[in-house]
Design a protein around this ligand. Structure first.
Ligand SMILES: Nc1ncnc2c1ncn2[C@@H]1O[C@H](COP(=O)(O)OP(=O)(O)OP(=O)(O)O)[C@@H](O)[C@H]1O
Ligand SMILES: [Mg+2]
Length: 223
């Protein structure tokens, strides 16, 4: 379970304080697919960065499976990022010199898992996301939607408990966007991994078990 209690995030911009999040609280049950929605500038990226341990709020608590991750050492936060959390970004963030297969197994290699095991698992994951024939392609030899599905497979390689996806379909045409969202939903249903995604497309509401709406850094709806 992911519990967020009264988090506030203030960016310093010269002498100006930008209140990006103001006392935001909510709860996400394990295994759910959750959509963070809201207009541009409402605080979606800021919020997902605090939840996913990429950044730290000025105040408030983020509790993942009964552990307050705002209070632990940077070393432990780093270990959680590699072992327990998965990341998908709008711009895919694949390494251009590595094949699809190598991109997917890289986080497992960093954990020191056995080469044979992670190659097998990476192939299975690429098959799950529909890219069995593209495992040897470089990112530039893949379409945007295919690159994002490689990123989904990579996010899954270390068996995360939670995947965070900030606007995973923002750079895609509507058909590729649908394939990417369907892929995420199928993984959620099949493996029970919790997924938190950001979107400003009202059409994506149908993918979520829970929807959290932000406006000016505050929650306006949560259902
Ligand atoms: N590094 C930063 N320094 C100062 N202000 C920032 C910084 N990052 C974001 N902001 C401000 O915080 C607010 C929330 O930004 P955020 O990026 O979280 O919005 P968003 O909902 O993700 O928007 P979008 O849909 O355009 O991605 C905005 O007013 C933005 O200008
Ligand atoms: Mg954003």
């Amino acid at each position: 379970m992911l519990l967020v209690k009264n988090i506030t995030k203030i960016y310093k911009l010269g002498k100006v304080d930008v209140h990006a999040l103001s006392r935001v609280s909510f709860k996400i049950e394990s295994g759910k697919m959750v959509g963070l929605m809201g207009k541009s500038g409402s605080g979606k990226t800021t919020l997902i960065r605090q939840l996913s341990l990429i950044d730290k709020p000025n105040s408030g608590n983020v509790i993942i499976d009964n552990e307050d991750v705002t209070k632990i050492s940077e070393r432990k936060r780093s270990s959680l990022r590699l072992n327990t959390l998965g990341y998908i970004f709008q711009e895919y963030a694949l390494i251009p010199e590595l094949t699809a297969l190598e991109n997917v197994y890289l986080p497992a290699m960093m954990l020191g898992s056995g080469h044979k095991e992670y190659v097998i698992r990476a192939k299975e994951l690429l098959t799950t996301v529909g890219l069995r024939r593209q495992i040897s392609h470089l990112p530039k030899e893949l379409s945007g939607g295919e690159q994002q599905r490689v990123a989904i497979a990579r996010a899954m390689i270390n068996n995360p408990k939670i995947i965070f996806a900030d606007e995973p379909t923002a750079n895609l045409d509507s058909l590729s966007a649908k394939t990417v969202m369907d892929t995420l939903m199928n993984l959620n249903k099949k493996t029970g991994v919790t997924i938190v995604f950001v979107s400003h497309d009202p059409d994506d509401k149908k993918y979520a078990d829970q929807l959290i709406f932000l406006k000016d850094g505050k929650i306006t709806e949560d259902y």
